[in-house]
Ligand binder design. Sequence first.
Ligand code: NAD
Length: 468
Amino acid sequence: SAQGTPTEGTPTSGVPPVDAAASVARLHSAFATGRTRPISWRKTQLRRLRRLLTEQEDAFASALRADLGKSAVEAYVTEIGFTIKEIDHTLRHLDRRLSPRRVSVPLPLRPARARTVREPLGTVLIISPWNYPLQLALAPLVGALAAGNCAVVKPSELAPATSAALAHWLPRALDSEAVAVVEGGVPETTALLEQRFDHVFYTGNGAVGRVVMRAAAAHLTPVTLELGGKSPAVVEPGADLRAAARRIAWGKYMNTGQTCVAPDYILAIGETATGLERHLADAIREMYGADPATSGDYGRIVNERHFDRLTALLADGRTVTGGGYDRTTRYIAPTVLADVDPEAPVMREEIFGPILPIVRVPDLDTAIDFITARDKPLALYAFTASARSKRRLTAETSSGALSFGAPNAHLAVPGLPFGGVGASGMGRYHGEHSLDTFSHTKAVLDKPLWPDTLRLARPPFTARKTGL
Ligand code: NAD
């Protein structure tokens, strides 16, 4: 429809409809009171969120296990502990980052003082996906609160246990006048998106990203879209293949491949393809044993729809290792496919599961052409011993992030911005970049009325004034 209301939707099953308008209006009024502006309020919220994560670590970890079969260690490192680190980093730098910055004034405008002041936007909407259902709801919330906003968090309905845990705990731990959790799927999110927000922060797939942006346009609301896509891993001859395979397998099979920045496929230059096959199989065995189905460290596919989508891709290449699956437990073995045709279905869309295709290319030029001919990836990974290749990849390709030697790890550097470019998204966050996203940087100029230094700028523009 003209309002961008999605047509496909799941019927609400006995869930009472949320009064989106009323909840959002409540937050707008809370913001208008100014309660969220003091830095002390912001710090208190961040500290309370931190305490919640520490005190309820077990509750959140079991929710993550129920939703995705995540091991407790992975749940801690990539979700709970990750968010705690983001809070600590934010708290450590908040005073400095929020203090006004002086800007120099050009001579003809002096005397005057210029500075920039960061002000909160108001009430923001955070819509998060199921794959890191805690981190991707809370890391944006950290930024929204640090910047002094009210926030509605809409967790993913596809991770119901985590969604319920957030809905239960966040209003208890935080200022419930300023933070609301709205649970639900398409109808509830659609109702929220009809409201006027001051920013919408969406993480998920690009199709819904378009729905979000269209809905936001009606209110002229800015958006951050954290999307996905196919992130390649380039491997060059001369790189240590065993070490590279270990790193790639780690990044790929973490969270069963359901990671937005996971290496989606390998672009193996020349002979590296053959060596990688053996080393990837070894790396998988090292991590998950001979039968990954029995490993407590290996997760499961989120639901049957994704399971069916993924198993249909298993025939798109020669199976190097893995290939097995079990629908009742939604288990898919960590799988490597070789000799994959670049036109095969597995190479058309983001895989978002534990299937790793190896595409062989003759040289770096072909690899660069392959990457630049496609959507700009969220992340590009490269394993190379050549400084020249690193320079070329940096200069000749575009991606949300570029990482040499380590997939996924750039997310854990809080000073680095996290976000996509082109089809992989717009906007960025983490650390100070979240403050940029969730604040307005206001220009402030303060010029005394006397002396009357602007007289030269006022008509009449006589020859004496202009010197002509
Ligand atoms: P999802 O199905 O959980 O959807 C994300 C959110 O959008 C949910 O809260 C959902 O309720 C809402 N939603 C779904 N349909 C909607 C509609 N029609 N209108 C309004 N809201 C709607 O998650 P997903 O999209 O399957 O997530 C996976 C995708 O997200 C992958 O493409 C992945 O790469 C990407 N991703 C990106 C990042 C990142 O940080 N850039 C992180 C994780 C995932």
